[in-house]
Write a new protein. Structure first.
Lengths: 510, 193
């Protein structure tokens, strides 16, 4: 029996559209400022969070305990996948990995930035295997420590991995196959270990890991950041312990210097800098969300493709949950002589959905380039404005995942009590119906959050577009609102399509 | 600006006026209880091949060795929904890269709209059931998975451990070699000076 979740009601859609219209008008009529502004507050000043942040900064043990828990859960996932029931909704491997972790991870990024990377079991297991240390600085001979070849020193491998992961998730159906989920987990450990053993630092996290890079890019929109407490102190620092490490503490595994850090994309929140800084000058702080994406993050060609890829693939998740998608897939399958899981037809559809927004974006960037009063290289403009895709991808990802998390994670405690699902039966119609009818939060609150998220993403994308276009012009007097039009068309097209996807009923994953 | 606003509103109205649908995905095994939850669970795969939608159901969902089981196969034309009315041959082979031996389980005629094939397996393992039929002069062959008993999971863990051990061993050997050549180089430099 197939159960579908109801889509976003019209009332919420019209509410979202009305607010978006107002936001659009406001952005079009005002002349943006070209000065750099940033508002932040040290987390350590806050009552409970401050104590927690100080605890994690002062000692490696709290983080280590979290790592142990994460590794224990991860090994249980592998055991459940390999030895447990193949019924996905009764097996910890599929429920924890795809319904709770994968859906919840994106939500945590907004509040905790790239904190997940600090307790990631793939990296933790690889580190323990290669370095033979729980947290202290390892002997340099534990890894070959080679430099990553220049051609691989980018995020293209991570983009390829993310495309592969989406293909496995939606095409092959790893999400409903506990055994395949466990195999995927084992492959990730092997890859992380190979990279850790061969290359210096955390090259796997920085260049290959699809989860790490997704978290890293989304962290640009997060409301927290790890930064110097006093910039002056970092400016005067000549020893750079954050970069080089100390006798006890590892150097920054992704080669970041805290004093010049402007974007969190490659920060793995590993706490090495907070522990190694002799001046205790590194800490977490709360900031206005998306500050990095709006003004600080540096544009790069490969990173622009990753952000646009994220946009295409998150939208693709929603598309695969439409009946018209299945009908189209079936027709293409017949036409191509494809059978079984229609993998060829699926791959073609996925390729199309991946490239279509990029093509639209490229055309609109070309038009923007023509409209601008200054000479600017296409690749530069393409990279610079690609940040607008980040909030659009992020909010749809959040809104979509909220549906999975809120409506499908009921019954997770039962699975936690019987992770291998021994002796369990598939969900009965009654259980399916009960789950469907009792989401974790009220439906109206869920709809409100989804509509609010879409408005938030639209607003952030407009802000990024306006700010980065202004930066390109450099001269405030040369500003004209119509330079924004192609970008605005892109933002509206993507938001409208994603909003429409949210309106559609969505199938329960398991 | 007015033109832009009109364009935006028109586009949004067109987009939101489209009808709503649900979906399901072909070709993946799923497990379900019947509408009456006293019935035993079944494993089901829905897929398509050529002009036909094919649904395969295995009873029970988790058959054990020496236990009677049954496969039900439904095949209907994609264009008009009419069931295929001919003979279907059911075959079986081991689900492994090196399997070559295929056995015929039986040849079945349609019984109302379903082809039924019984089976008893003596050993645990992963098998592939192949259904073959001919329609419009075209041969059709479609494979479905069937697991008997408990899965063997030592394979993936064994391979992972072996690969990890091999990587760490190679790195260790290379590092020793590197250290040894560094020592030798230093010794040579000291001798020369």
């Amino acid at each position: 029996m197939i159960m579908t979740h109801a889509g976003l009601p019209d009332t919420w859609v019209w509410f979202a559209l009305s607010v978006m219209m107002l936001a659009l008008l406001w952005v079009l009529v005002r002349t943006p400022s070209n000065t750099s502004t940033q508002h932040f507050m040290n987390i350590e000043r806050l009552p409970v969070l401050g104590q927690l942040a100080r605890l994690f900064a002062a000692s490696p043990w709290p983080l280590l305990i979290l790592k142990f828990i994460s590794v224990a859960l991860f090994l249980t996932v592998i055991a459940a996948g390999l030895f447990g029931t193949p019924i996905p909704e009764r097996n910890l491997a599929t429920t924890l990995t795809w319904t709770v972790w994968w859906a919840g991870l994106i939500i945590t990024v907004f509040f905790l930035g790239s904190a997940w990377c600090a307790v990631c079991p793939w990296d933790t297991i690889a580190s323990w295997l290669v370095k033979h240390r729980l947290w202290r600085r390892a002997d340099e001979s534990s890894s070959l420590g080679l430099k990553v070849p220049k051609a691989w020193r980018n995020v293209w491998p991570a983009l390829a991995m993310f495309i592969g992961l989406t293909w496995l998730e939606l095409g092959v159906g790893v999400t409903t196959n506990p055994y395949a989920t466990a195999l995927l987990s084992l492959v990730m450990i092997v890859l992380a270990t190979i990279y850790m053993a061969v290359f210096e630092g955390k090259a796997f996290c920085k260049h290959v890991c699809p989860v790490g890079r997704t978290v890293g890019f989304y962290a640009q929109l997060s409301m927290v950041e790890l930064r110097p407490r006093q910039q002056q102190r970092c400016d005067n620092c000549e020893t750079l312990e954050c970069y080089h490490g100390t006798d006890e503490v590892e150097p920054c595994p992704t080669h970041l210097v805290m004093g010049t850090l402007k974007q969190s994309t490659y920060c793995t929140s590993c706490s090495a800098c907070t522990m190694s800084c002799p001046h205790d000058n590194v800490g977490w702080r709360v900031r206005s969300p998306a500050t990095e994406a709006i003004q600080h993050a540096r544009p790069h060609w490969g990173e622009a493709w990753f952000m646009l890829g994220l946009l295409g693939l998150t939208t693709f998740h929603g598309i695969t949950m439409l009946e018209s998608w299945e009908k189209g897939l079936s027709s293409v399958g017949q036409w191509l002589g494809d059978s079984g899981q229609l993998i060829l037809s699926f791959s073609l559809g996925m390729g199309l959905v991946f490239f279509l927004p990029i093509l639209l974006y490229a055309i609109l960037i070309k038009i923007t380039q023509r409209l601008m009063p200054i000479e600017i290289n296409f690749k530069q403009l393409f990279s610079k404005l690609a940040f607008i895709s980040l909030p659009l991808a992020f909010v749809y990802h959040l809104a979509h995942n909220l549906n999975h998390l809120v409506r499908e994670s009921r019954g997770f405690t039962e699975v936690l009590m019987n992770p291998l699902g021994r002796g369990s039966l598939p969900l009965s119609s009654h259980e399916l119906h009960t789950r469907h009818m009792s989401p974790l939060i009220s439906e109206q609150l869920l709809y409100g959050l989804q509509a609010g998220l879409m408005v938030f993403g639209f607003w952030l994308a407009l802000q990024i577009l306006q700010r980065r276009t202004m930066e390109t012009l450099t001269d405030q007097a040369a500003w004209r609102s119509h330079y924004l039009l192609p970008g605005v068309i892109f933002i509206i097209s993507v938001t409208a399509f994603n909003l429409w996807l949210l309106v559609q009923p969505m199938i329960m994953r398991m | 600006m007015q033109y832009l606003k009109t364009l935006i509103i028109a586009t949004l109205l067109c987009v939101f006026a489209l009808p709503a649908y649900a979906h399901h995905v072909l070709g993946r095994p799923s497990y379900s209880l019947g509408e009456d939850s006293n019935t035993p669970p079944s494993m089901q795969v829905e897929t398509q091949i050529g002009d036909f939608y094919v649904t395969y159901m295995a009873f029970p969902a988790f058959p054990k060795p020496n236990e009677q089981g049954r496969v039900n196969l439904y095949a209907s034309r994609i264009d008009n929904g009419l069931p295929f009315d001919g003979k279907v041959t059911f075959k079986v082979r081991d689900d492994s890269w090196f399997a070559s031996k295929t056995e015929v389980l039986g040849v079945q005629d349609i019984d109302e709209v379903v082809y039924r094939q019984g089976f008893i397996f003596k050993n645990d393992g992963d098998y592939i059931i192949t259904a073959e039929f001919e329609s419009g002069g075209e041969p059709y062959q479609i494979d479905f998975p069937l697991r008997i008993g408990e899965p063997l999971a030592v394979g993936p863990i064994g391979i992972t451990v072996a690969v990890l051990f091999f990587i760490l061993l190679v790195v260790n050997i290379l590092q020793r070699k590197r250290r040894f050549s560094l020592k030798a180089k230093r010794a040579r430099e000291e001798n020369n000076s």
